[in-house]
Design a protein around this ligand. Structure first.
Ligand SMILES: Cc1cc2nc3c(=O)[nH]c(=O)nc-3n(C[C@H](O)[C@H](O)[C@H](O)COP(=O)(O)OP(=O)(O)OC[C@H]3O[C@@H](n4cnc5c(N)ncnc54)[C@H](O)[C@@H]3O)c2cc1C
Length: 447
């Protein structure tokens, strides 16, 4: 069987590449060993956001009186929340399958093995291809902490399908995924402790906003142990004990469940990738150029596998760029304005440079900070909630970064991403008319 393109992995990178290549009239075979949609659709972006939305509705119901609405007694049914999440996932997976089929993509269910740059084996069949796009994604990384092997801990997969709510939950890792689960379980009444090795939550996201979110969730009862290193984990009849060390000395937390959420790493082993001899970067990621082509001509590496950004929307754009290069359409990848979002309640979103990154690079900038209360719409819809909008500019007014705490940060951040990607200056950005009243007006206000 001979194809113009073989794609390995049916996540956001793989299915986008397959659809785009199919649309362009190329013959395409796509290999997926699990479900179409990859991590994002089946166990990442979509299921977490579906659960978080139920938690948000429950939060609104509990606090409805702030908006002069009476809800006698808000309650929830965890089984039904999980079932709804699974229904949403199934619906979207079917949608992807339908789109790919409509574009004549041959979907092969099974584990693909790369033999060389023109041959892929799956089961008993060998498939020949002219070009290859490898998109095998990433997997949860669990560090080898003392005792971890003897403990029945959760990863995000278990947390997504928890049948019963634990009374208490320790989350190791206060990054984006850890904080989204912390938000979900906190809203549903679980006693949550977050242990984070860095001195702030949310990794490289803006420091002011990360501190504000941390303070907000501390107010709601989440215990944070920052600058804290987990040194051992053990299980007993009482629960799971996480032992840690920090500046105050040694300590431990006992909880019913433990969620390990320290990070993810590209899936590079077990499917013959080494047969291609691809060059890697200093960080041991696979080296790709601005067209996502690896060091081997005709082999493209997109999505989490190349280790650049580990976000679904980056994966999608990379796949489009790779296919455009294959079909000879002028295009190239830019990582200048990739938004990052945390779907807590309130949401956090950021794009472009942070103050911290500019300071350590010694780049001059100016920053405008504005409380979200400057947006009339925000005030109308966020009774008693604080928020912050920061816009960072170069000395000539070029927009370098924007960071927002407040709903709906996930939706309005694209406005800033467009300004950054197109190289807009504050003066030009201000000339754009924003509809009133919208929360996005906060950017004009900040300028
Ligand atoms: C809990 C969680 C929440 C997340 N939330 C967000 C979010 O809100 N927004 C966001 O942008 N990102 C989010 N992410 C990250 C996002 O899921 C990934 O960035 C995205 O899925 C990457 O897409 P991908 O196509 O590179 O890889 P994946 O989605 O990992 O897909 C890779 C696919 O390749 C298949 N595969 C691997 N090896 C083989 C083989 N040898 N043969 C056949 N098939 C193979 C796998 O089965 C998988 O389906 C989240 C991740 C997690 C874990």
């Amino acid at each position: 069987m001979n194809y113009q393109i073989a794609i390995i992995g049916g996540g956001p990178a793989g299915y986008t590449a397959a659809e785009a290549a199919g649309k362009a009239g190329l013959s395409v075979v796509l290999f997926e060993k699990n479900n179409l949609g990859g991590v994002c659709l089946n166990e990442g972006c979509i299921p977490t956001k579906t659960l978080l939305y139920s938690a948000k509705v429950y939060d609104y119901a509990k606090h409805a009186s702030k908006y002069a609405v009476t809800v006698p007694e808000a309650s929830f049914d965890l089984g039904k929340i999980i079932a709804r999440k699974s229904k949403v996932v199934r619906k979207l997976v079917l949608g992807i399958k339908a789109k790919l089929t409509a574009h004549q993509v041959n979907i092969v269910t099974g584990e693909a093995e790369i033999m060389d740059k023109n041959h892929v084996r799956c089961g008993d069949e060998v498939y020949e291809c002219e070009k290859m796009i490898v998109c095998t994604g990433s997997e949860t990384f669990v560090p080898p902490i003392t005792g971890i092997g003897e403990v029945n801990y959760w990863t995000h997969r278990d947390a997504l399908d928890s049948k019963e709510l634990p009374a208490s939950l320790t989350i190791v890792g206060g990054g984006v995924i850890g904080m989204e689960f912390a938000s979900f379980f906190n809203s549903l009444g679980v006693k949550v402790t977050v242990i984070e090795m860095m001195d702030k939550i949310l990794g490289p996201m803006d420091g002011d906003i990360s501190s504000m979110l941390c303070a907000e969730y501390a107010k709601r009862g989440i215990a944070f142990l920052l600058s804290t290193k987990v040194v051992a984990i053990s299980q007993s009849e009482e629960g799971i004990t996480v032992s840690y060390e920090n500046e105050q000395g040694a300590g431990s937390v006992l909880s019913e469940k433990l969620l390990m959420s320290v990070g993810r790493r590209p899936v590079t082993k077990g499917f013959g990738l080494e047969n291609l001899g691809l060059a890697t970067t200093e960080r041991r990621c696979i080296k790709v150029d601005e067209h996502l082509q690896s060091s081997v001509e005709g082999v493209y590496v997109c999505g989490d596998l190349n280790g650049v950004s580990l976000l679904a929307h980056t994966a999608v754009r990379e796949a489009e760029v790779a296919v455009n290069h294959i079909v000879g359409k002028k295009d190239s990848m830019s990582y200048r304005a990739i938004p990052g979002v945390v779907y807590t309640n309130p949401e956090v979103a950021g794009v472009g440079q942070t103050e911290e990154a500019l300071q350590s690079a010694g780049i001059a900038y100016r920053v405008e900070k504005l409380p979200m209360a400057y947006s009339g719409r925000f005030v109308a819809e966020n009774e008693g909630v604080n928020g912050l909008c920061k816009v960072i500019m170069a000395e000539d007014g070029t927009i370098l970064g924007a960071h927002v705490l407040g709903n709906p940060a996930s939706e309005i951040i694209t406005i800033a991403a467009m300004a950054i990607e197109t190289g807009m200056k504050a003066e030009e950005w201000k000339k754009i008319v924003f509809p009133h009243p919208t929360v996005g007006e906060i950017f004009r206000e900040a300028l």
